[in-house]
Ligand binder design. Structure first.
Ligand code: PEP
Ligand code: MG
Length: 881
C-alpha cells in the first residue's frame, strides 16, 4: 500500500501522536469525543521527515493526497478553496510530537484573495472583518512563506493608526483596512521584486513546506537542544477550516488552563479578546480580559467552554492548556494539550488529582521531575528576573544567595556574627575556611569542581555554592574580583544561583523555599514505592538531626576528619600528625578523644536508634598541615626581622616536618587507612570514642544507634584484615572496661578499582561495603576530582566528548561496571553483604536510577538532598517495573 501521509481529523485519535504530532492527535481525539472542533486534516510527521531528508522536496504522492484530502474537506464543509461563490479558508499550523510552544510557524486565513474577500464581505455582512482577514493573511504569508520582514507590515499598521489618530487595531475602519491591503501588497512586491502566486492551492503547498522548514529554524533548534528533543522527529502540519474570532462583538478568541499553571490552584484561569484572531492574544497588542468576564458577554459559549474544560481534564487525566474561538456565539476548540506548569503547581496538581481519585500515586510520581522538587527546597532567584549574569561557574550546591562580597573566611565569620549577609569568594576553600562558609549566605570559588572541598562542604550545610567560575580574577590581598572589565570590591552586593551556576553583579530578589503539604505527600508516596534505602552524609549533631527530619533512615557516612577541622581542634590534630614519637602521638590523641566522643554522642542522640556509619580518619594530609610555602615564608620573615630564638626554632622545626610529610600527590598519598596502618593508635582512639559514645547514649536515653565502623580507602586484603583486628580488639577492651556490650558491625569503603576487582576477598573481612564513588571516579578515570573541571573536562563536556560531568552523575559504563562488579563479587563471598553508596552521586537522580539497578541497599547523600533521593529512588523503582 502506498504511504499514507494524511489523516482526516475524523480518522485519528490521541494514541497517534508520533505520526500526527501532539496537536493533530488531540484535535482528532476531541472530534472523536464529540467536542466542537473545526474540520480538517493532518499531514504526518513522516511527510516532514522525508521532505527534510530530500532538500525540502515532497515525497511522491503527498501532493496527490493533499488534493484528495482537500476535496473531502470541501465536500464535508460545502465550501471550496478559491471559489468566489462559497470560499473555504483554512489555517495551517505546525504540531510536533513533543509540544514546542511558539517555536514554529502558523498561517491563518489561507484561501482569501481579491475575489473571495468580496464574497466573504457580502456573506458575513461585515466588510471590515473580511479585509481584516485579508491583511492578516498577506502579513503572515509574506513573513512565514516568502520571508518578508514582519516589522515592515507592523510599521505600516502603526503609521496608519497614527494618521487616523487611533491607538487600537480594532479602531481602524473597513476603508482603512482596504487601504492597508493595498499597502501590504506593495510592501511584499517591493521587497520580493515580484508577486507571489495568487492561486490558493499553490499557496497551500508553499505554506505546508514553510511549516516543514520551520522545524529547523534556529529558535526551534535551541528549544530542542535545551529540552533534549530529537531533531529527527519532524513536525506534523494541521490544515483546519477557519473559524473567526474577529467576526464582530459576539466573536472572541482565547486561551485557558483547567488549573492555574503558576500555583496549581483549581479554578478558572485564562484570557480572551472579543473580536480578535489567535495571535492578538499572545502578541499583547490589546490587553486581554480575564476568562470569568466572558460569562456576562457570551453566557452560552462560556458555559459550554467550562463543561468542555472539565471533560477534557477528566479525559486526559491531567491539567489541560486549551485554545478556543467563538464565532458568532458558537464555541470551537482549536487545541488541547497537557499544560506546562511551575514546580509548585506540578506538586499541587499531582497531589490534588490523587485526592480527587483522578490519578494514582504512582502516576503522580511519574509526572513530577526531581529537578522540580529540588527547586522547592531552596530559596531561588525570582523567576521574573531579567538581569543577565556576569559569569557562570558550576552549579555546585543549589539555591540562591545574596550578600556583600568578602574575600576571606575570618571577615565572613565576623560579618556573619553581626548578622550581615555575605558571599564568601575564594580561589578555592580549605578546611581553614569552614567558619567562613558557615557564616556566609553562599560560596563562590574560581577554582574546583563539583566534588571540590567548597562544593562538598556547601552541600552539606545546604549553602548555595558556585564553584569553578574560571572567568573570575581574584586579588585576595587587594580584595578585588574582576570579570572582564568589571571590578568588584569588598562589600559590593552580588547574587549566586547555585542551581544554575550563574553569578549576578547585583542583589536580585529571591523567593523562599516552598516545602509544603504537597511536597510532604509526594515524598511519602515515594517511600511506599522505593526499594533503595536513603541515608545522609552528616558529621555533627545538627546536620544529623536535620537529615532525620528530612527522612534519612540513617547516616551513611560520618566523615570524622571534618570533626578535626574546627579551629580549636586543628592544633591538636596537627600535633598528632606531626608527632615524632608514639608518646607524643598518644598525648595528642588523648586531647582529641573526648572531643570526638562528644561529637559522636550528639550524632547518636540525634539519630534516635537509626544506623550510623562512622568512617575512620581519611585525611589527605595537606588539608591539615600548614602550607609548605607559607611556612617557609614565615621562617624567612622571622629570620629577617630577627624574631625570638624560640619562635624561629619552632617555625624551622615545623617547616622540617611539613617538608618531610610533603606529598606531590596528596590525594594518592597517605590517605584513608594508610595513615592508620602506620599509626594504629589513631584508629584505636577513634574506636574508643565511638564505643564510649554509644554506651553513654545507651545509658542516658536507653536506646542507641546501629554502630557501623567503616575503614576507608582499602585496596589490599591485608589492610582490611589488620584494621579490622585493631577495631575489634579495641571494641572488646572498651566492652570489658564498661562491663557492657552492644551490637556493631565493621565494613569498608570501596573507592579504589582494586577493591572493586577483589571485592570477593575483601568481603571476607567486611560486614558491609559503601562505594565511595568520588574517589572511585577519580581513580578509574584518572581525573583529579579537585581541579579537572576547570580544564579539559569542561571542554570535553562542551564538545560532547563526555556526555556529562562524571563527578556529578555516575559514569555508568565505566565506574558503574566497577560498582556492579563490587556488589556481585562481594556478595559471592558474603551473600547478605549490605551495599550502599556515599559519594556525591548518592544524591543525583540519574545515578540513583543506576544504583537501584545495580542492587544496592541504600544511597547516602547530603541532608538537603534526602527528599530528592527518596523521590528519585521511587522513580527508579517505577521505571524498573
Ligand atoms: C568518596 O570517595 O566517594 C567518599 C565518599 O569519600 P570522600 O569524598 O570523603 O573521599
Ligand atoms: Mg573517598
Amino acid at each position: 500500500m502506498a504511504n499514507t501521509y494524511i489523516y482526516d481529523f475524523s480518522e485519528g485519535n490521541a494514541s497517534m501522536r508520533s505520526i500526527l504530532g501532539g496537536k493533530g492527535a488531540n484535535l482528532a481525539e476531541m472530534m472523536r469525543l464529540g467536542f466542537p472542533v473545526p474540520d480538517g486534516f493532518t499531514v504526518t510527521t513522516q511527510a516532514c521527515v522525508e521532505a527534510m531528508n530530500n532538500d525540502g522536496k515532497w515525497p511522491e504522492k503527498l501532493n496527490e493526497q493533499v488534493d484528495a484530502a482537500l476535496a473531502r474537506l470541501e465536500e464535508r464543509t460545502g465550501h471550496k478553496l478559491g471559489s468566489s461563490d462559497s470560499p473555504l479558508l483554512v489555517s495551517i499550523r505546525s504540531g510536533a510530537v513533543v509540544s514546542m510552544p511558539g517555536m514554529m510557524d502558523t498561517i491563518l486565513n489561507l484561501g482569501i484573495t481579491d475575489d473571495t474577500v468580496r464574497t466573504i464581505a457580502e456573506e458575513s455582512g461585515n466588510e471590515r472583518f473580511a479585509y481584516d482577514c485579508y491583511r492578516r493573511f498577506i502579513q503572515m504569508y509574506g513573513d512565514v512563506v516568502e520571508g518578508v520582514p514582519a516589522h515592515m507590515y507592523e510599521d505600516a499598521i502603526k503609521e496608519m493608526k497614527k494618521a487616523r489618530g487611533v491607538t487600537l487595531d480594532t479602531d481602524l475602519t473597513a476603508e482603512d483596512l482596504k487601504e492597508l491591503v493595498v499597502q501590504f501588497k506593495k510592501i511584499s512586491k517591493d521587497y520580493l521584486g515580484n508577486v507571489w502566486t495568487l492561486d490558493p492551492r499553490e499557496q497551500l503547498s508553499h505554506a505546508i513546506s514553510a511549516v516543514f522548514r520551520s522545524w529547523n529554524n534556529p529558535r526551534a533548534d535551541i528549544y530542542r537542544k535545551v529540552n533534549g528533543i530529537s531533531r529527527d522527529l519532524g513536525t506534523a502540519v494541521n490544515i483546519m477550516q477557519m473559524v473567526f474570532g474577529n467576526h464582530g462583538d459576539t466573536s472572541a478568541t482565547g486561551v485557558c488552563f483547567t488549573r492555574n499553571p503558576s500555583t496549581g490552584e483549581k479554578g478558572l484561569f485564562g484570557e480572551f479578546l472579543i473580536n480578535a484572531q489567535g495571535e492578538d492574544v499572545v502578541a499583547g497588542i490589546r490587553t486581554p480580559q480575564r476568562l470569568p468576564d466572558l460569562e456576562a458577554i457570551l453566557p452560552e459559549a462560556y458555559r459550554e467552554l467550562l463543561e468542555t474544560m472539565q471533560h477534557l481534564e477528566t479525559h486526559y487525566r491531567d491539567m489541560q492548556d486549551l485554545e478556543f474561538t467563538i464565532e458568532n456565539g458558537k464555541l470551537f476548540m482549536l487545541q488541547t494539550r497537557n499544560g506546562k506548569r511551575t514546580a509548585p503547581a506540578a506538586l499541587k496538581i499531582a497531589a490534588d488529582m490523587v485526592e480527587e481519585g483522578l490519578i494514582t500515586k504512582e502516576e503522580a510520581l511519574e509526572r513530577i521531575e526531581p529537578a522540580q522538587l529540588d527547586q522547592l527546597l531552596h530559596p531561588g532567584v525570582d523567576p521574573s528576573n531579567t538581569v543577565e549574569p556576569i559569569t557562570k561557574g558550576l552549579p555546585a550546591s543549589p539555591g540562591a544567595a545574596v550578600g556583600s562580597l568578602v574575600f576571606d573566611a575570618d571577615t565572613a565569620a565576623a560579618a556573619g556574627a553581626e548578622g550581615k549577609n555575605v558571599v564568601l569568594v575564594r580561589y578555592e576553600t580549605t578546611p581553614d575556611d569552614i567558619h567562613g562558609v558557615l557564616a556566609a549566605q553562599g560560596v563562590l570559588t574560581a577554582h574546583g569542581g563539583m566534588t571540590s572541598h567548597a562544593a562538598v562542604v556547601a552541600r552539606g550545610f545546604g549553602k548555595p555554592c558556585v564553584s569553578g567560575a574560571t572567568a573570575i580574577k581574584l586579588d585576595t590581598q587587594g580584595k578585588t574580583l574582576t570579570i572582564g572589565d568589571r571590578t568588584f570590591v569588598e562589600g559590593d552586593l552580588i547574587t549566586l544561583n547555585g542551581s544554575t551556576g550563574e553569578v549576578f553583579g547585583e542583589a536580585l530578589k529571591l523567593i523562599p523555599p516552598q516545602i509544603n503539604e504537597d511536597f510532604e505527600h509526594v515524598v511519602q508516596w515515594a517511600d511506599e514505592v522505593r526499594a533503595l534505602g536513603v541515608r545522609a552524609n552528616a558529621d555533627n549533631g545538627p546536620d544529623a538531626e536535620n537529615a532525620r527530619k528530612l527522612g534519612a533512615e540513617g547516616i551513611g557516612l560520618c566523615r570524622t576528619e571534618h570533626m578535626f577541622m574546627a579551629a580549636d581542634r586543628l592544633p591538636a590534630v596537627r600535633e598528632m600528625i606531626l608527632a615524632e614519637t608514639s608518646e607524643e602521638r598518644e598525648a595528642a590523641l588523648a586531647k582529641i578523644l573526648p572531643m570526638q566522643q562528644a561529637d559522636f554522642e550528639a550524632i547518636f542522640t540525634a539519630m534516635k536508634g537509626l544506623p550510623v556509619t562512622v568512617r575512620l580518619l581519611d585525611p589527605p594530609l595537606h588539608e591539615f598541615l600548614p602550607n609548605y610555602v607559607d611556612q617557609a615564608l614565615k621562617v624567612q620573615e622571622l629570620e629577617l626581622t630577627g624574631g625570638s630564638e624560640d619562635a624561629l626554632k619552632e617555625a624551622r622545626a615545623t617547616l622540617a616536618q611539613v617538608k618531610k610529610l610533603h606529598e606531590q600527590n596528596p590525594m594518592l598519598g597517605t590517605r584513608g587507612c594508610r595513615l592508620a596502618m602506620l599509626h594504629p593508635e589513631i584508629p584505636a582512639m577513634q574506636t574508643r570514642a565511638i564505643i564510649r559514645a554509644a554506651l553513654a547514649v545507651l545509658e542516658r536515653v536507653g536506646q542507641t544507634v546501629g554502630v557501623e565502623i567503616m575503614i576507608p580507602l582499602v585496596s589490599l586484603e591485608e589492610e582490611i584484615l589488620q584494621q579490622r583486628e585493631i577495631v575489634k580488639s579495641t571494641v572488646e577492651e572498651e566492652f570489658e572496661r564498661a562491663g557492657k556490650r552492644l551490637d556493631y558491625t565493621i565494613g569498608t569503603m570501596i573507592e579504589l578499582p582494586r577493591a572493586a576487582l577483589l571485592a570477593d576477598r575483601i568481603a571476607h573481612h567486611a560486614d558491609f561495603f559503601s562505594f565511595g564513588t568520588n574517589d572511585l571516579t577519580q581513580t578509574t578515570l584518572g581525573i583529579s576530582r579537585d581541579d579537572a573541571e576547570n580544564g579539559f573536562l569542561a571542554a570535553y563536556e562542551a564538545e560532547d566528548i563526555l556526555p556529562h560531568n562524571p563527578f556529578a552523575s555516575i559514569d555508568v559504563d565505566g565506574v558503574g561496571q566497577l560498582v556492579s562488579m563490587g556488589v556481585e563479587r562481594g556478595r559471592s563471598t558474603t551473600p547478605h553483604l549490605k551495599c550502599g553508596v556515599c559519594g556525591e552521586h548518592g544524591g543525583d537522580p540519574a545515578s540513583i536510577e543506576f544504583f537501584h539497578s545495580a542492587g544496592l541497599n541504600y544511597v547516602s547523600c547530603s541532608p538537603f538532598r534526602v527528599p530528592i533521593a527518596r523521590f528519585a529512588a521511587a522513580k527508579a523503582a517505577l521505571k524498573d517495573k
